[in-house]
Design a protein around this ligand. Structure first.
Ligand SMILES: Cc1cc2nc3c(=O)[nH]c(=O)nc-3n(C[C@H](O)[C@H](O)[C@H](O)COP(=O)(O)OP(=O)(O)OC[C@H]3O[C@@H](n4cnc5c(N)ncnc54)[C@H](O)[C@@H]3O)c2cc1C
Length: 318
């Protein structure tokens, strides 16, 4: 447990809620343990949902008591503020890791399923279409929110239905479960079909018949390429910047001479220009300062204004 930040409001949760919540409840939870960057202050509360009923209960609580609510998966695309996160962080994890294989190469998976595991499992069963996802360390839920993609593939190409929970303010004034399909499934570059305020619970993916050996060989190739080109030996959050129209952020950072640039414990990787690594004790403040420096230099030298792909969460630091 970490200390409460000075001068910041720490939200309390009603005892009755805590008694009936089915999952783990971690007060003043050190977010370094829940992010791949190993950076961040404490969340007032980290709640691990065990069931859809838990998710609905948290949505209702947050709406009724006006408590800020943040949902996370594996924390592999997040920069959490050093001042922590106010209110509740709801983690969709292991309890949502069911995979169900259906007819005609359809697969239904819970939002807590690791995307890389889903990629390998479907390949082993002779389904093709998700090999590109084998090296992405997040959950299916995070991938739906981010429209995760790599090597020419993306979630938008395979998702046919999403089950979600959201607080229904207009009608029921309580949290409800809904589904998205057809025209409601809108994706964009690194913007998924699950909007703010919606919590993805599960999704159905349509894959195609394939050859297991060929898919697994493709996966091995991708894993080897990523290990060669990405600094996987250090904590990071993958690509920091979105690729701008017509170029690649990693290429721009490298050609602007920013590789190796440092702020405190944060460093632009020598191996991949779009990765900022935590060399040990990096803070969110270090990473944010480095991001700003890189943006300034890239803009000055290439004319491109880079935007961040990683999601910034939490309280403003002093
Ligand atoms: C080494 C490395 C390599 C990576 N490579 C790639 C890559 O090739 N391609 C790529 O696209 N990404 C890549 N990433 C980034 C990251 O893995 C993906 O964006 C992933 O989809 C995030 O999933 P997550 O579960 O970690 O989500 P989190 O980081 O926990 O959350 C990301 C966002 O999704 C939201 N979210 C999470 N779960 C849910 C849910 N159930 N319902 C609604 N919203 C939710 C969160 O609120 C947050 O805004 C990489 C990261 C690392 C560390």
């Amino acid at each position: 447990m970490r200390k409460a930040p000075k001068h910041k409001k720490i939200y309390a949760l009603p005892k009755a809620f805590l008694q009936q919540f089915g999952g783990r409840v971690l007060p003043m939870c050190d977010m370094r343990q829940y992010t791949s960057w190993r950076i961040g202050g404490a969340a007032d509360w980290l709640l691990e949902a065990e069931s859809e009923a838990d998710v609905l209960a948290v949505l209702n609580l947050a709406a009724r008591y006006d408590i800020p609510l943040t949902v996370i998966g594996r924390g592999t695309n997040l920069l959490v503020s050093d001042a922590g996160i106010a209110g509740i962080v709801l983690r969709i994890g292991a309890a949502f890791d069911k995979i169900e294989y259906q007819a005609d190469n359809r697969v239904r998976a819970g939002a807590g399923v690791l995307l890389a595991a889903l990629s390998r499992r479907t390949a082993e069963r002779g389904m093709t279409g998700l090999e590109w996802a084998c090296g992405i360390p997040g959950n299916l839920g995070g991938a739906l929110f981010m429209n995760a993609g790599a090597y020419g593939g993306s979630m938008s190409a395979v998702v046919t239905e999403v089950r979600f929970a959201a607080y229904n303010d207009a009608k029921a004034k309580e949290a409800v479960i809904g589904t998205l399909s057809g025209d409601d499934l809108r994706f964009d570059y690194r913007t998924g079909c699950v909007g703010e305020g919606m919590i993805a619970l599960a999704a159905t993916l349509q894959l195609a018949p394939g050859d297991a050996a060929a898919s697994l060989a493709q996966i091995d190739d991708i894993i080897a390429t990523r290990a060669k080109n990405q600094p996987l030996e250090y904590p990071s959050a993958g690509s920091v910047f979105r690729n701008p129209e017509g170029s690649h952020a990693g290429y721009l950072v490298e050609s602007a001479g920013c590789k190796g640039m440092r702020c405190g414990g944060a460093e632009v990787s020598q191996k991949h220009g779009n990765f900022i690594i935590n060399t040990g004790e990096a803070t969110a403040h270090d990473v944010l300062r480095l991001i700003e420096q890189v943006r300034r230099v890239v803009q000055a030298k290439t004319g491109y204004a880079l935007e961040t792909e990683v999601r910034l969460l939490g309280r403003e630091s002093d």
